[in-house]
Write a protein that binds this ligand. Structure first.
Ligand code: 13P
Ligand code: SF4
Length: 321
């Protein structure tokens, strides 16, 4: 406890000295979540990055998130405690691949998930996150061809909700979410008939969850396809209503920490407790301390690329709740 208190005091002192705000994604390790000034999903953190008054942002998340913060706030210093914290989903679509895809589909509107590099964002018309992907695509006329990338499962979710066959989806995936499979989810749901299901739309099992509901194996109202921020809101609502139903959570396991804080009386269980993102977990308390002490690792985005990417990111943060 003394160590933890000393760590906390030192981090907060250094942050103040540097005029820095610490932002942490919901998948960070609990020690980082507990010390951050703000914890949230990728949309909430992007909005905060654009608004916070501090001159430095320390981004405890993965590289594309810190890059997005830099795109939105080019005059601020953006630090990430380990610049090697990448993302397998962002790696699944390069700017060259996107340019070739656009050339095959002239006139199409490009919607890219925020889990992309700055170079991909620069080739994009509107970015989105899992919180607002449906709203972003709904803002485009239905007859317009949309190229949606890179996540195939989020793309399939948007197609399903909007019922549009004009949406073409790239075949990328996140190795963590794709690994949470439908058979595992079905077995857990069968063993826990009262459970609610919180499923992230990046999961390969999102389709299975909806299939279970349509087949009557799980009551439809119990299946919720949610971004990480919306999972926290659902947990807060369960707590307010005094719900006693356990919740099966299909996403990266870091999520469970915020859910338990939001609803201490609800029993949250991971569908797959090995679903841990090695990139998110590269941000450790030691590296956060070093980042604040030494000003490392500074995130830079080529100003020409950033300028092109900014419009698509600004459209993203303006859409949805
Ligand atoms: P959210 O946008 O729901 O926070 O999910 C982002 C994600 O997958 C980051 O890895
Ligand atoms: Fe990327 Fe998946 Fe890790 Fe999220 S959980 S940062 S999408 S690899």
């Amino acid at each position: 406890l003394t160590d933890r208190t000393a760590f906390r005091d030192e981090v907060l002192r250094l942050a103040e000295e540097r005029d820095a705000v610490i932002l942490a994604h919901n998948y960070q390790v609990p020690e980082i979540q507990d010390i951050a000034h703000h914890v949230g999903d990728s949309l909430q953190l992007s909005r905060l990055a654009a608004e916070v008054p501090q001159s430095t942002i320390v981004f405890c998340g993965v590289h594309f998130m810190a890059e997005t913060a830099k795109i939105l706030s080019p005059d601020k210093t953006v630090l990430i405690p380990d610049a090697a914290a990448g993302c397998s989903l962002a790696d699944s679509l390069t700017a060259e691949q996107l340019r070739a895809w656009k050339a095959e589909n002239p006139g199409a509107v490009v919607v890219s998930y925020v889990n992309t590099t700055a170079a991909v964002k620069a080739e994009t018309d509107i970015c989105c996150t899992s919180s607002n992907a449906v709203d972003v695509v709904a803002s485009i006329p239905a007859e317009q061809t949309v190229l949606f990338g890179p996540d195939q499962f989020l793309g399939a979710h948007v197609r399903r909700i909007l019922g549009r066959d004009t949406i073409k989806v790239w075949g990328g995936e996140c190795h963590v979410h794709a690994g949470i499979n439908g058979a595992e989810l079905a077995a857990k749901a069968e063993a826990e008939p009262d459970a609610e299901l919180y499923v992230h739309p990046e999961c390969g099992c999102a389709t299975s969850a909806l299939y279970l509901a349509s087949a009557g194996a799980v009551p439809g109202e119990k299946v919720k396809i949610l971004s990480t921020g919306d999972m926290v809101k659902a947990a807060e609502s369960a707590q307010r209503k005094g719900s006693r139903a356990p919740v099966l959570v299909a996403t990266e396991i870091g999520m469970i920490h915020q859910l338990r804080k939001a609803a201490p009386s609800v029993d949250f269980r991971a569908v797959n407790d090995r679903a841990s993102c090695r990139y998110m977990k590269m941000i450790t308390p030691e590296k956060l301390l070093r980042s604040l002490r030494e000003g490392t690792d500074e995130v830079t985005v080529d100003p020409v690329v950033a300028e092109k990417a900014r419009a698509s990111v600004e459209r993203m943060i303006a859409i949805g709740t």
